[in-house]
Design a protein around this ligand. Structure first.
Ligand code: RB5
Length: 148
């Protein structure tokens, strides 16, 4: 599985922790985030990661900023992206099972590395259930294309 990971300047340490954690489990991680603590702007990384997921270049994405909010808002502006902010693992699992989320985001200033590990584990191990949930995903797509 190819995963893009992106972050702004407040989340470099957390990004490195999660990148190393997932690489040790055998995942292919593409780092498009900043590796510097110099101030930058989260929309750059939200957009870049979202493009890589929307195009199929990567299977899914992980985005980290201070809260996870700004970077996920930016990612959600890209067509086909369903980015969710999670501060606990249950929502990460359900976001994949019910909402077919293709990007999970969290805040480096909100949660610690152990919770972040649990969130990415649940997100990556869960599978979309389809069925009644597909209709709702299709409705979200219809909003995106102005058909609803
Ligand atoms: C940067 O200071 C901070 O605003 C950013 O990391 C993020 O929390 C925005 O949502």
């Amino acid at each position: 599985m190819k995963i893009v990971i992106g972050n702004d300047h407040v989340a470099v340490e957390m990004k490195n922790h999660i990148k190393n954690y997932l690489e040790s489990k055998g995942y292919d991680i593409i780092n498009i985030g900043t590796d510097s603590n110099e101030r930058t702007d989260y929309p750059i990384y939200g957009k870049k990661a979202a493009d890589m997921v929307a195009s199929g270049e990567c299977d899914c994405g992980i985005l980290i900023c201070g809260t996870g909010v700004g970077i996920s808002l930016a990612a959600n502006k890209v067509k086909g992206i369903r980015a969710v902010v999670c501060s606990e693992p249950y929502s990460a699992k359900l976001a994949k099972q019910h909402n077919n989320a293709n990007i999970v985001a969290f805040g480096a200033r909100v949660i610690g590395p152990a919770t972040a590990e649990m969130i990415v584990d649940e997100f990556l191990n869960a599978e979309f259930e389809g069925g009644r949930h597909q209709k709702r995903i299709d409705m979200i797509s219809a909003i995106e294309t102005g058909q609803m």
